[in-house]
Design a binder for this molecule. Structure first.
Ligand SMILES: [Zn+2]
Ligand SMILES: [Zn+2]
Length: 139
């Protein structure tokens, strides 16, 4: 909690209940979340409306306190920098994201570097699928 207050102050952002709530929620989440999912879980006393949530997300992303990524379903997903390197699989039906903890691609990075002479800085892989809940709905 103190961490976030300091992070906000370092960026010259006022420490507000709403900003803290968003940072805390995303930090507790193991996966990136889109605005709708955040709004569903957020303390409505801290973030009373969707409009205020959007404003907060934009401010925090502009100041690099959150990373945002556009996924192939056309939605922006937000995450804190603390998540580190990992991969995600996104449900093409409901937009739910699950994380894949282990990255199996280090060998691929090395092979690519060898083949092309590049220094590989990072890779990004997006997996798309149908989550267990949506599979059940289809039955
Ligand atoms: Zn789903
Ligand atoms: Zn990886």
């Amino acid at each position: 909690m103190e961490d976030y207050k300091k992070m906000l102050k370092d960026k010259n952002l006022k420490v507000t209940k709403g900003r803290l709530a968003v940072l805390e929620l995303l930090n507790a989440s193991k996966v990136p979340m889109n605005a709708e999912q955040i709004y569903e879980d957020i303390d409505k006393e801290a973030v009373p409306s969707f409009t205020s949530l959007y404003r907060i997300l934009k401010q925090l992303a502009d100041e690099d306190l959150l990373k945002k990524n556009l996924y192939s379903n056309g939605l922006l997903y937000y995450e804190t920098a603390k998540l580190g390197h990992r991969h995600f699989i996104i449900c093409s039906k409901c937009g739910k994201i699950s994380s894949i903890e282990k990255c199996p691609l280090h060998e691929f990075d090395e092979a690519a570097a060898k083949e092309t002479g590049y220094v590989v800085e990072y890779h990004s892989v997006e997996l798309v699928g149908i989550c267990p809940e949506c599979q059940k709905k289809d039955e």
